[in-house]
Design a binder for this molecule. Structure first.
Ligand SMILES: Nc1nc2c(ncn2[C@@H]2O[C@H](COP(=O)(O)OP(=O)(O)O)[C@@H](O)[C@H]2O)c(=O)[nH]1
Ligand SMILES: [Mg+2]
Length: 392
């Protein structure tokens, strides 16, 4: 799974990327064989199940801090959001290729309004961050539109006869995870006519935009919330749309992870506090006090929450642990070493296949380790289930 970070210059993308990918503890292996230069490993977090069994787990990948389990995934810094990126301006083509690979986008927005659309400082803070959100959406829509319109006249004429425009467009946009059924539904929802040769430019844009909304999920990281001018912008934007908007302070999260890495504090990312354990300079003390005030107001820096909401709410993932009903420890003595991400609605059989093809093929039954109940193939798993697969 890949999470893409996008945003205009100076929104705080690099800071957020650094904060998300900085693990303050020794971590196990990564599940990824290749990591590209603009990718890093970040973590979704959940309340670990080890506590319910009175244990401390030993993750093979990722880590567990204070019974919060951190599950690794790829974070991609998608640089190059400039006007007309969809036409190949700036790093446009690279930008689009990176975007295509991301399953969900985190749009980093400077909520303070202190930088203009190019990321240059404006003083006093007057830029409307809502414009940045509309701008990215439009840029994505235009990109979809340009693919949709490739060979449009010919496709539309062909479809006029055969009534299969959904099939043609589904195929054309399949690289963006669009399929025939989705096109059909969207055409219906927009009440477009039966004859695609009559569709106006505006109708084509609406169709591209609807397909984009359905295939490129976006979470807004409302960044720089520590600055005074951010609050009113945040309230307004949150009220206006149906977007998922999470207040963040990337700078503060980075400071906390760095302090934890230098053994000055204990900090579990996502938490509403930290524990000072090293001796601090006056400046460090003041800095941490400032951060604690922020945490008291907002509940967390928001950085961990952005990842979690992207993975669990937008991408509809759940976490399931393999484990034996009589033993949670593997042959190397590691307790609950694995945690798998699955799509909501996955069954016991899906889980077996996810662990190993042989387990799936030889599936006999599964056991819900928490309740010790045997369940069949079709049993739908829940978030934080621990499951033993019995196979031939
Ligand atoms: N006040 C404040 N400044 C931030 C925050 N996050 C990033 N910044 C600052 O914003 C500036 C631009 O950040 P950077 O990560 O380089 O932005 P990028 O161009 O989007 O990669 C830097 O001076 C950061 O320190 C934040 O949460 N609060
Ligand atoms: Mg940067």
């Amino acid at each position: 799974m890949i999470i893409g970070l996008v945003g205009k210059p100076s929104a705080g993308k690099s800071t957020l990327f650094k904060a998300m990918t900085l693990a303050e503890v020794d971590i196990g292996a990564y599940p990824f064989t290749t990591i590209k230069p603009n990718e890093g490993v970040g973590y979704a977090s959940i309340e670990c199940v080890d506590k319910e069994f009175g244990k401390q787990c030993d993750p093979r990948e990722g880590f567990c801090l204070d019974h919060v389990r951190f599950i690794p995934m790829k974070i991609m810094d998608v640089a190059g959001l400039v006007p007309e990126a969809h036409k190949g301006k700036g790093l446009g083509l690279q930008f689009l290729d990176d975007l295509r690979q991301a399953h969900v986008l985190i749009h980093v927005v400077d909520m303070s309004g202190s930088t203009n659309e190019k990321g240059e400082p404006v003083d006093p803070p007057t830029h409307d961050p809502g414009k940045d959100i509309a701008f990215l959406e439009n840029e994505l829509n235009m990109w979809y539109l340009s693919i949709l319109k490739k060979g449009w006249d010919k496709s539309a004429r062909a479809a006029q006869q055969s009534k299969n425009i959904a099939q043609i467009l589904g195929k054309q946009l399949s690289g963006l995870n669009v399929d025939e059924e989705m096109v059909k539904e969207s055409i219906r929802e927009l009440s477009l006519s039966d004859n695609p040769t009559t569709w106006s430019e505006e109708e084509l844009y609406s169709l591209a935009s609807l397909l984009r909304q359905r295939t490129k999920l976006i979470v807004i990281a409302a960044n720089k919330m520590d600055l005074p001018s951010s609050k009113s912008n945040y309230e307004r934007i949150k009220r206006n749309g149906d977007l998922l908007v999470i207040p963040t302070a990337a700078d503060l999260e980075l400071a906390l992870r760095e302090a934890a890495g230098s053994n000055l504090i204990d900090y579990t990312p996502g938490g509403n506090t930290f524990r000072i354990k090293g001796s601090l300079s006056d400046k460090q003390q003041k800095g941490l006090e400032y951060i604690q005030q922020y945490l008291d107001t907002f509940g967390s820096t928001g950085v961990q929450e952005v990842i979690n909401r992207a993975v669990f709410d937008e991408l509809d993932q759940i976490v399931v642990f393999p484990g034996g009903v009589n033993n949670l420890v593997d042959k190397d003595g590691n307790c609950l070493p694995d945690a798998f991400l699955l799509t909501k609605g996955s069954t016991a059989l899906d889980f077996a296949f996810k662990i190993h093809t042989d387990l799936g093929k030889g599936f006999v039954k599964a056991i819900d380790v928490k309740t010790k109940r045997a369940v069949g193939k079709e049993h739908v798993l829940q978030h934080r289930d621990v499951v033993e697969i019995v196979s031939r």
